[in-house]
Design a protein around this ligand. Sequence first.
Ligand code: IPM
Ligand code: MG
Length: 362
Amino acid sequence: MKIAILPGDGIGTEIVAEAVKVLNVLDLKFETESALVGGAAYEAHGHPLPESTLKLAKEADAVLFGAVGDWKYDKLDRPLRPEQAILGLRKNLGLFANFRPAICYEQLVGASSLKPELIAGLDILIIRELTGDIYFGQPRGRRTAVDGHFPGTEEAFDTMRYSRPEVERIAHVAFQAARKRSKRVTSVDKANVLETFQFWKDIVTEVGQQYPDVELDHMYVDNAAMQLVKAPKKFDVVVTGNMFGDILSDEAAMLTGSIGMLPSASLNSSNQGLYEPSHGSAPDIAGKGIANPLATILSAAMMLRFSLNQAEAADRIESAVKSVLAAGLRTVDIYSEGTTKVSTREMGDAVVAAITKTTIKG
Ligand code: IPM
Ligand code: MG
């Protein structure tokens, strides 16, 4: 087993270091190799996703990714911006299935901006298609308009598109995931306006016929955005396109009050995957030792479960995280009165200690 470690920018290096520490204490056989990505790679090699980094990621069984980006790169040409690294990895590795769980940890109910009763016990899984849609559709660019409201003026355009196989495969992923949960899928679209998403809805419905045991419903994206804050617990598995999934997954993450807690997985058809926290590089708090490493540690658990076939080790990480929360340890983002404020490293150490304890107990 080989894991590519790509810490990236901002808090990325700090939180990935804690996750690696946790992986190392599990006594599993794997090889790791680190590489630069994002702004860090741009500084060193002039490109956010250097050939060598891409090669390493392709060869590895899994990629543990921190975060990329910093405002200081916002003025670079688009192909050189840090975000292109993550888009390039998704595209080149074919990571079409993005799993973004939004789980509200019992001890953190108070951290949400919603009333505790709305989110206590929340456990949603957003499945976002990750390599298609308007993110990757061609053509795109700028040109002089030949029609529209202002012919002859400058315009910009992107292309929203999905092919049948792209929708079919993500629909299968969603129905299969739902079978392991409460057997409900909500497909989110904008079929009332967009051709692409009428197509999406038709195909998800078709694929759904192969899963008669799974209940399928459809919701327009604007309504889904509203229902997520009104009655989030009504959702179980949500499947949607790349752009809607980008937006709704941030919304869902924030419902739990702790985006610093949420892991994510992006898989291709051979279960090779990229694992990263749902949050970004947070350059404003980088280097201060206060970032929450738990989302990355939980991403490492997802990696063990999905790509490395080590479900038991994944369970051990997840229960260790629950036990440090139960013990009242909190990084500043999830701190509340009566709990103990800890640094990034102290949080990582506590998880390691919790794992070692369960090892001794057997
Ligand atoms: C995400 C991020 C990325 C996206 C950016 C950094 C390109 O927002 O993973 O949700 O839009 O997909
Ligand atoms: Mg996003």
